[in-house]
Design a protein around this ligand. Structure first.
Ligand SMILES: [Zn+2]
Length: 150
């Protein structure tokens, strides 16, 4: 009887990362896989073959840097109902050679639109923000980037 009770215990609602490549513990970070043949890193949790050299592995899981630089960005003025606009979406280059698409927060979208040169190459860091709640009551945590000091 006791056995069944413990097997039925539901997981407590908690925080859930929005994508498998995003880990919350010990602190929020992205993970990638590294090709052991050529060293290329991909934003992925598993991979069948390296798209750079074609090797089929092995691939090693690596923790990606939480700092990067903005490569390109765009200001979004129209989105789905309930999504506040304008906001900024960007592609951020990480030092591992991985590009990540995400939202840029703590910036003024209209200011960046007027002065785009401020955004290109901007140093940013990863932040974790709750963006939604799922049906089980878990908080869904997304990764975003914000300007950083270096
Ligand atoms: Zn490779």
């Amino acid at each position: 009887m006791a056995e069944q009770a413990s097997a039925q215990t539901a997981e407590q609602p908690g925080k859930k990362p929005i994508l498998p490549v995003f880990k919350l513990e010990p602190k929020p970070h992205l993970v990638g896989v590294k090709c052991s043949a050529c060293g290329a890193v991909f934003l992925d949790v598993k991979r069948l073959a390296c798209s750079k050299c074609g090797a089929t592995g092995p691939f090693q899981e690596v923790q990606l840097s939480d700092k990067g630089k903005v490569w390109v960005f765009s200001v979004i003025h129209q989105s789905f109902p309930g999504v506040k606009t304008p906001y900024v979406t960007a592609i951020v280059d990480l030092p591992e050679g991985v590009s990540v698409k995400s939202n840029l927060v703590d910036v003024d979208p209209l200011e960046l639109q007027k002065n785009p040169q401020k955004a290109f190459g901007m140093a940013v860091e990863l932040v974790a923000n709750v963006v939604a709640k799922d049906r089980q009551g878990n908080e869904v945590v997304a990764f975003q980037f914000r300007p950083s000091a270096n």
